[in-house]
Design a protein around this ligand. Structure first.
Ligand code: SF4
Length: 354
């Protein structure tokens, strides 16, 4: 069985909550502020709808929550291949401290968490997109998923759920839809208990971001792998479709054995789950010049392998460059990991390797 005896991570509690008047005008925003205050956060009410007093230091920013209203442009869903048809955001920013953080370089300014108070307006953008989407219509493996909506591109929504409550409400809304549709999110967190009894009607796929043991030291502030695996088992037992996002795949010294061991641990975690609906996404490590510069500032002295000499430069679809694993190494890792996946988890659907 999965060893889940390690102590539960304490839920994230910001030191400070900045809230705008417009955000307080939404019951959902006011409830977030109340929950944060009850956990001991100090609340600073803005006089207008622009944020002021945002801390500049990494440490203080990571302990700050802003409760704000998502503007019309921010709440407009965007196509987000290969993960899903559409992306929408419940929040931006994350309280964890991953030294490879995907948000570095893509979110501007100090790394505070911004949670959106106008959830009803955000969710109202989604129904017109039903039946539209590149991924579902083009991918045989995903045709039965319906239109897919990803809500974890710019945050880990479970990390902040004890304060926001946004994820539970979104799961309920997707569960109530009478249309082929799927909500998707990925997380490194494990506080799934409040989600287990929700009327999800199998319309939410919960994916856990997992990595080999050697990568754990790069993931500060996130629960260790056994806890994530225990959470995976719990949501699968509660009938949720589930997934594993193995990311970022790193060429650590014993990568082949370590990733195989990880996939064996996933199989063990799902042992006895009746008919699990399991997908897998395999994502190799990459960085850009911009993200590396931001990460160097956030985590000086990090041992994360980010040496350009050991990478290949590839153009992104936006015309900028990213540093990926060299072709031969990529091919060797792809062969080994997809082989391991097929052996350890023969029922898993591999959605993509990238
Ligand atoms: Fe960044 Fe994801 Fe880690 Fe949060 S959990 S710090 S979003 S990589």
């Amino acid at each position: 069985m999965v060893d889940d005896a390690s102590p539960a991570a304490r839920p994230w509690t910001p030191d400070r909550v900045l809230v705008t008047p417009a955000a307080l005008g939404f019951a959902h925003g006011a409830a977030m502020v109340e929950r944060a205050a009850a956990l001991g956060a100090s609340v600073v009410r803005m006089s207008g709808d622009r944020l002021s007093g945002v801390p500049g230091s990494y440490r203080d920013a990571k302990r700050t929550l802003a409760v704000v209203v998502a503007s019309p442009s921010r709440r407009r869903p965007q196509p987000i291949p290969p993960s899903a048809d559409w992306r929408f955001d419940l929040a931006e920013g994350c309280p964890a401290h991953c030294q490879y953080c995907y948000l570095a370089g893509s979110l501007a300014g100090p790394p505070i968490v911004r949670a959106y108070a106008n959830l009803p307006e955000i969710l109202a953008e989604l129904p017109p997109l039903l039946g539209q989407g590149m991924i579902t219509s083009r991918s045989e493996a995903r045709r039965n998923e319906g239109t897919t909506f990803e809500c974890s591109c710019y945050t880990d929504p479970l990390a902040i759920e004890p304060i926001t409550g946004s994820l539970a409400e979104t799961i309920r809304v997707f569960g109530a839809w009478d249309a082929p549709v799927q909500l998707r999110f990925t997380t490194k967190f494990d506080a799934v208990a409040p989600l287990l009894g929700l009327p999800h009607r199998r319309r939410t796929r919960i994916r856990f971001s997992l990595n080999a043991d050697g990568a754990a030291r790069f993931e500060g502030g996130a629960p260790r792998m056994p806890r994530r695996l225990a959470a995976l088992r719990a949501v699968a037992m509660a009938g949720y479709p589930v997934g594993i996002t193995v990311a970022p795949i790193l060429p650590l010294p014993d990568w082949e054995q370590d990733y195989d061991r990880l996939l064996a641990a996933v199989a063990e975690a799902l042992d006895g789950v009746p008919d699990p609906d399991l997908s897998a996404e395999l994502i190799t490590h990459r960085f850009t010049d911009k993200s590396k510069a931001v990460l160097d500032g956030w985590y000086p002295g990090s041992k994360l392998p980010m040496d350009e000499a050991a990478r290949t430069r590839k153009l992104t679809r936006f015309g900028t460059g990213k540093w990926v694993l060299p072709r031969d190494e990529m091919a060797a890792m792809r062969g080994a990991l997809t082989g391991s996946l097929a052996r350890r988890l023969p029922g898993a659907r591999l959605l993509y390797w990238t």
